[in-house]
Design a protein around this ligand. Structure first.
Ligand SMILES: Cc1cc2nc3c(=O)[nH]c(=O)nc-3n(C[C@H](O)[C@H](O)[C@H](O)COP(=O)(O)O)c2cc1C
Length: 349
């Protein structure tokens, strides 16, 4: 059993979180993690406000345990999705890539805000802004880690702030959980590992590619969705790192995003300007690259297209060899973390 600031704050049995993963963290996976004693997070970046509400209600129909949503604050629909989550009084709001304007509104109904950071100095700022807990993402992670690895980042942040820390990036087993606790975190968040479970919607072609991957088989670049991020090494991902700016694909992708989010032309242009003014100065190019990344992810996840699809994936795929149920996975990780800590403890003279 583990009792940490994370299990206490979120009222969960085990210090394990399902990382918010756009497209992948559907209600089935989120509720499976909650019911197995972890913290399930629904990523809403792909959702219209209506879909966000429906997904939240579906989760409530599948579990009576607490859960959260994750929203990337750059890109379409962020403001609207956060508003819906607040209306629905979702217990935990996890955000990434931006500055939270909604902290007081979440605290007003007793909810908690979990910031996501990948650069140490952003940790103090997030806490000053009112975050109750932080996800600390290392370079090993799928998608948007920054330069520092989990090994360096977690102890640094643990010294800087006094809120529960959830370590992300490279965690996939019980030894990783034990290591995260030793480094000063209160639990772990796993993306790639939960992607490879029976309840995950990822197309089997890509599950198999991830299983075959070694720790060397990912690429880290800003071409995949405009921001530095890590994907599985596939033919298309390698091609993207060699090609110039994908103008035609960007236009196609931008129009697809406009359609998916049912945006008027004016709203679409407005959003583009808003992104140019975003906190970290994300230019319009990011929106275009994001649109292309979206299209290629949907090809991977839904169609299993190994020629044209790409998939965010972490270095830890190299250590993942099976596709267990969520319950089986969480039980195994907890058992392994306990035996690891016992083994390490027994080394004391
Ligand atoms: C397919 C995919 C989609 C993701 N989408 C999001 C997202 O919408 N929001 C977010 O904050 N992080 C997103 N991430 C990053 C994860 O939340 C998490 O930080 C990462 O998976 C942790 O690294 P790991 O894969 O080594 O466990 C995504 C990751 C993957 C694999």
């Amino acid at each position: 059993m583990f009792k940490t600031r994370m299990t206490e704050m979120f009222g969960i049995e085990y210090p394990i979180m399902l990382a918010g993963m756009n497209w992948i963290t559907e209600p089935k996976l989120v509720s499976a993690v909650c019911n197995a004693g972890g913290l399930g997070i629904l990523a809403t970046a792909r959702c219209t406000p209506q879909e966000t509400r429906e997904n939240i209600r579906q989760i409530r129909g599948m579990t009576d345990k607490p859960f959260g949503i994750n929203q990337i604050l750059v890109g379409p629909g962020a403001r609207e999705n956060i508003e819906i989550a607040i209306e629905e009084k979702v217990p935990f709001i996890n955000y990434s890539l931006g500055k939270p304007w909604f902290v007081d509104d979440v605290h007003a109904y007793g909810g908690k805000v979990i910031g996501t950071i990948a650069i140490a100095r952003h940790a103090s700022r997030a806490v000053q802004l009112g975050c109750d807990a932080l996800v600390v993402t290392g370079h090993e992670a799928a998608a948007h880690g920054a330069a520092a690895t989990s090994m360096v980042l977690i102890p640094l942040v643990a010294r800087m702030v006094d809120v529960p820390l959830i370590a992300a990036g490279g965690f996939y087993d019980g030894r990783g959980l034990a290591a995260a606790l030793a480094l000063g975190a209160d639990g772990i968040s796993m993306g790639s590992r939960f992607m490879l479970t029976q309840e995950s919607m990822v197309h089997d072609n890509f599950k198999q590619l991830c299983l075959q991957a070694t720790e060397q088989d990912t690429l880290y670049d800003n071409v995949f969705d405009g921001m530095d991020g890590r994907v599985l090494k596939t033919k298309e991902a390698e091609g993207m790192t060699k090609r110039g700016f994908p103008l035609v694909d960007s236009i196609k992708g931008a129009l697809l995003v406009k359609k998916l989010f049912k945006m008027s032309f004016l709203k679409f242009v407005g959003l583009s300007f808003e992104m140019m003014r975003a906190e970290e100065g994300h230019p319009l190019l990011v929106l275009a690259r994001q649109a292309v990344g979206n299209m290629k992810h949907m090809k991977a996840l839904n169609e299993g297209d190994v020629e044209e699809g790409i998939l965010f994936a972490g270095q830890c795929c190299g250590g993942i060899n099976d596709i267990p149920s969520v319950q089986g996975l969480i039980d195994r990780i907890i058992e392994e973390a306990e035996s690891t800590l016992e083994r390490v403890n027994a080394l004391k003279g």
